[in-house]
Ligand binder design. Structure first.
Ligand code: PEP
Length: 247
């Protein structure tokens, strides 16, 4: 099976005001010759404005989370259809900051994936072990279980990706060794093929956690790494382009 087109997605988390859209425009302006797919996921407040700012460019826009329900009396929540309506074509789901800070279980993430599919959004589903779990030798088991529990069968036939984000590597400057990344990505590939058969062989598996221009090439060329989910280094166009160009 040919390798899927790499996806480099930026997660702005709770960062970004209207003035920050200049960075997004800077990313779009620097993409000549780039074959990877590129996405930026700003806070919900900026999805519509970023979509307008990037209309006609190669940069895709995504949300960082969505509610599993379609609409109703859920103060403060944002439905998948609302993100789509605002111009998003993707959505990050199951980020560890949502799993840990908002009590999202695999079942909750799977429901959000279903909602994203109903709305026409391409999900990027995050999995990853904590430092305690890695030290206990449970990384592969945890990640495999998260893949099985967070990816519903309805994903078959749809475009989606999985992001391996070791919790202890996010925003810390720490990264696993290349061998550790490859070992987990291979386990994710096995789980994907178990769940989706041959189709699971073509799903991009992104790595996320302290990716920077200086380590991107090594990580992005590791076996079974099909792109990157980038937090802090996606906030500045120059840094993000340095990662994109390494793909
Ligand atoms: C993330 O939170 O998705 C992430 C990868 O963050 P950082 O790149 O800042 O470690």
């Amino acid at each position: 099976m040919p390798a899927p087109t790499p996806l480099i997605a930026g997660n702005w988390k709770m960062n970004g005001l209207v003035a920050s859209l200049d960075e997004a425009r800077g990313v779009a302006a620097g993409l000549s010759g780039v074959t990877a797919r590129v996405a930026l996921c700003p806070p919900a407040t900026l999805v519509e404005r970023m979509s307008r700012a990037l209309a006609g460019t190669a940069v895709l826009v995504g949300g960082q989370d969505c509610d599993a329900r379609e609409s109703g009396a859920y103060t403060g929540d944002v439905a998948a259809e609302m993100l789509f309506d605002a111009g998003a074509t993707m959505v990050i789901l199951g980020h560890s900051e949502r799993r840990a800070g908002h009590g999202e279980t695999d079942a909750v993430v799977a429901d959000k994936v279903r909602a994203a599919l109903r709305a026409g959004l391409e999900p990027i589903v995050c999995v990853g072990e904590t430092l305690d779990e890695r030290r206990a030798g449970q990384a592969l088991a945890i990640v495999t279980e998260q893949v099985r529990g967070s990816l519903p069968p309805e994903l078959a036939g749809h475009a989606f990706s999985v992001a391996y984000e070791p919790v202890w590597a996010i925003g810390t400057g720490l990264t696993p060794t290349i061998a550790e990344i490859e070992e987990v990505h291979q386990a994710i590939r096995t789980a994907l093929m178990g769940a989706f058969g041959g189709e699971g062989g073509g799903v991009p598996i992104l790595y996320g956690g302290s990716v920077k221009p200086t380590n991107a090439a090594e990580i992005l060329h590791a076996a079974e790494v099909g792109g990157a989910l980038v937090g802090g280094a996606s906030l500045k166009a120059a840094d993000f382009l340095g990662i994109i160009r390494a793909a």
